[in-house]
Design a protein around this ligand. Structure first.
Ligand code: SF4
Length: 468
């Protein structure tokens, strides 16, 4: 069945190619949000490239602009509308310019209706559940423009759910030496502030055979590092016929010949098992970095967020990870200003940051997301109080993170060289623990694994030198 769908979708790619092959068209995908969206965008770009588009990085110049949206924060919608609004004149001057929108935000009917009403020049809309059908929907749009001379004006298709996940359509990877691999889709956790379970659907894991196959293929095409992706990778395997845990899968992936390193994202603390800690400890090909979203250090707020762990359980877990995995770094996400958070709750969060010694903290001010349980709760704090807490949070995370980074100055670590630095003649490398090292080097080194001496700590990165 899936094979049949893949063939049909590929046939649409061929049909698009036949229509546009002599037209010299360009395309771009603008990505908002998380790693999962970035991964989806690689697939969308791959399809566009195979259909005959040249990929560029300029939404004003591109003949086809696709916005892959995120809806985790309400102000993300406003950012999107700003960007689409700026393209209005281009679309008026060029009737063949296509603006498309896909991703999580399109799973919300009100947003789709708003776009249909206010941005009539948007020609293509689809959601997260029919991303696999992009070649077909793009074909309909292209056919209408170039064969039917804009008779129909719009192609809109958003599904409420779907079991179809196609992984083997073309992909356009940003880096030739590293790649993301989806191991599961959706989320069953219903954290009270989060819209993801509503727009991405229930958890569905891919079979281990499919995942292993994909990684082997990537490795044979020159990939050195993979990042296993899911909203909650620790619950991988639920609902599959095979009896497999995330730790089993991680070990199997790490043991693939020719693969240098494996990372994963994101972990839910409630499902992080001792088995997984042992697995990371015993397999050096698994990166020494764990992203473990805390969100709040207050038991009351954690319960209101429906996170299903307490501060004590979280700190126990951090202790176990740090005691067992040498040189591990732990990063986290923290939301400040959740509706039921008061000053003493916030102080619990600060206490947790000091005790966990986070290497890096991604900080967010709570933003109400319509459609979630938390959106009905009135805030007990004023904007000024929340803003004051946010400033304090930034100061504490900087203080704690810098101390963590400073402990390794003078040491030598291995890293994968990723890209050119903004300073000419310099490159950036990523260490196993996710820290970045800036060093002097020629761009021919991009994609190599090298040893680096960490000469100087610059807060959240190092200045270093090659140490072979
Ligand atoms: S675990 Fe919670 S925050 Fe993460 S995607 Fe699922 S519902 Fe959202």
């Amino acid at each position: 069945m899936i094979d049949g769908i893949a063939k049909i979708e590929e046939s649409y790619i061929d049909k698009i190619y036949e229509i546009i092959k002599d037209k010299n068209l360009t395309a771009t995908v603008v990505t908002f949000g998380c790693q999962m969206n970035a991964k989806d965008s690689e697939k969308l770009l791959g399809i566009l490239e195979k259909s005959g588009y040249s990929i560029i990085d300029d939404e004003n110049k591109a003949d086809f602009v696709l916005f892959n949206t995120c809806t985790v924060r309400e102000n993300a919608n406003q950012r999107l509308y700003g960007r689409i609004g700026q393209l209005k004149n281009d679309c008026i001057n060029n009737k063949n310019k296509i603006i498309g929108i896909c991703g999580c935000m399109m799973q919300e009917k009100d947003e789709v209706d708003y776009i249909k009403d206010k941005y009539k020049y948007v020609k293509l809309i689809f959601g997260t559940h029919n991303l696999y059908d992009f070649p077909h929907l793009l074909y309909e749009t292209i056919y209408d423009i170039y064969v039917n001379n804009n008779e129909k004006t719009k192609t809109i298709e958003v599904l409420d759910s779907s079991d179809v996940i196609l992984e083997d359509l073309p992909q356009h990877r940003k880096y030739p030496f590293k790649a993301g691999v989806n191991i599961m889709y959706g989320c069953d956790n219903f954290c009270s502030y989060c819209i993801v379970p509503y727009v991405r659907g229930r958890e569905r894991s891919r079979s281990s055979a499919e995942i292993i196959n994909e990684v082997k293929n990537l490795v044979s095409n020159g990939v050195k590092e993979v990042m296993l992706l899911g909203q909650n990778v620790n619950s991988y395997g639920k609902g599959l016929d095979e009896n497999i845990t995330f730790a089993n899968l991680l070990n199997q992936v790490a043991n693939i010949d020719g693969l240098y390193q494996v990372r994963f994202m994101t972990s839910h603390p409630k499902d992080f098992s001792d088995e997984l800690i042992e697995c990371i400890k015993n397999n050096k090909k698994i990166a020494r970095h764990i992203h473990l979203p805390l969100q709040s250090g207050s038991d009351k707020v954690l319960s209101d967020m429906n996170r299903k762990y307490t501060k004590e359980k979280y700190l126990d877990l951090v202790g176990k990870i740090r005691n067992n995995i040498e040189n591990v770094s732990i990063s986290t996400d923290i939301i400040v200003g959740f509706p039921t958070e008061d000053e003493s709750d916030f102080n619990e969060t600060i206490d947790c940051i000091y005790k966990s010694k986070f290497d890096q903290v991604f900080t967010f001010i709570y933003s109400k997301r319509t459609g979630t349980k938390a959106s009905t709760l009135p805030s007990i704090s004023t904007d000024e109080e929340i803003s004051k807490r946010f400033d304090e949070l930034l100061n504490v995370t900087k203080e704690v993170g810098t101390k963590q980074y400073e402990q390794y100055v003078g040491s030598i670590f291995e890293g994968l060289v990723e890209e050119e630095d903004s300073v000419p003649g310099f490159l950036t490398s990523r260490l196993s623990n996710n820290a970045l090292v800036h060093f002097k080097g020629d761009k021919s080194l991009i994609g190599s694994v090298m040893n680096f001496k960490l000469d100087e700590c610059k807060g959240f990165y190092y200045n270093g030198s090659v140490a072979n």
